[in-house]
Design a protein around this ligand. Sequence first.
Ligand SMILES: Nc1ncnc2c1ncn2[C@@H]1O[C@H](COP(=O)(O)OP(=O)(O)OP(=O)(O)O)[C@@H](O)[C@H]1O
Ligand code: SF4
Ligand SMILES: [Mg+2]
Length: 387
Amino acid sequence: MDADTTTGTDDRRVVLEVDDLRVTFSRAGRRIHAVNGLSYRLYAGRMLAIIGESGSGKSVSVRALMGLLPPSAFIAGSARLAGTELVGMSEKEMRRIRGDEIAMVFQDPARSLNPTMSVGAQITEAIRTKSTIDRKAAAARAVELLKLVRLPAAERRFHEYPHQLSGGMRQRVMIAIALASNPKVLIADEATTALDVTTQAQIMELLVDLQDRLGTAVIMISHDLGLAASYADEVLVMYGGRAVEHAATDTLFRNVRMPYTKALLGAIPQLTTPPHSMLTVIGGHPPDLSALPPGCAFAPRCPRATARCAERPPLDEHEPGHRYACWHPVMPGVELETPADGVPAEDVELDDAEQLRTEGHVAAPPTLLTAGVIPSEDRVPTKREQA
Ligand SMILES: Nc1ncnc2c1ncn2[C@@H]1O[C@H](COP(=O)(O)OP(=O)(O)OP(=O)(O)O)[C@@H](O)[C@H]1O
Ligand code: SF4
Ligand SMILES: [Mg+2]
């Protein structure tokens, strides 16, 4: 396993240790290597953002933890939740852990909720499947949970049906259901993607609040680097089923090292971008997971690639608390060495961190908080702003 001291080795409580996790699907005689040796630790009361392009293995990696993959998935490696090994666990044991110790909130609450039951009845049922309390006590607890997730007029909403609630309210109900058994780990897989930016920010604030109040560890999966920069304590970037960069949020955004992370940042719309401008996208295609190259999977799209990149770079802790997998990381002020084999790199920008700061990626994530999108009276300072 790669050493993971990304957030230090202090006394914070590790709740989840993922070690060399691998997921392979067999489909039509092909093997699809969706997750390829993923390792990280998750701490109580902290939020880890997993980001990366579509198909990079984000969802598969967390579904593997919850036993939510189809039988065509072969899972190897290790994932210990409070010391209990999840990989290889029977479905019966997994059913107990799922919802009880580790819970998930998905992108589309409309599809996850039962349209024929009131939201109160659904939360009450979730509570009663996990404990022996009677219906009345469970209903009272359900109202408490609705208040905890800050659903306005919780007592009245308890009796309403999903179609009577807005998208944001439905997502709060899903979070209340996920919290019914006070899980150690809450996974939010693109949980705010379908919401407007104001509601998105309110749900993220709620998750941060729950982390602080309940000590829940949160894994937030997103395409949105602005959200990750605003709310997560640490960020893990995935490419081709592997972690390619991982650090505390500030460290990562201020000192982007991996050209892929840099390219992702380049793909974020800027506040200063004139309306209707073309979005910068990362050129080329994500790797074919059934035929991953032996070297760095980003090489065909990487402006810094050299012949050395035909060998796969290890994900090492090159700087304190900062892991990345790259032979030629972006280093402000350090010229890219022309390797001995003489293959040149193209288009190297070396003032990356400064550029990110001046463009507002770091101190002011572009999508939500500083764009004036969220009325100031509706928001509380993020944890990172309070720090
Ligand atoms: N049941 C399956 N059978 C075969 N391949 C699968 C299956 N589920 C996922 N995959 C493949 O695994 C890879 C990773 O998928 P995953 O859903 O984890 O991506 P993701 O990073 O979550 O992307 P997105 O941002 O679009 O949600 C994809 O190439 C996908 O096609
Ligand atoms: S190892 Fe090479 S190809 Fe991969 S990201 Fe670094 S420079 Fe680019
Ligand atoms: Mg996904």
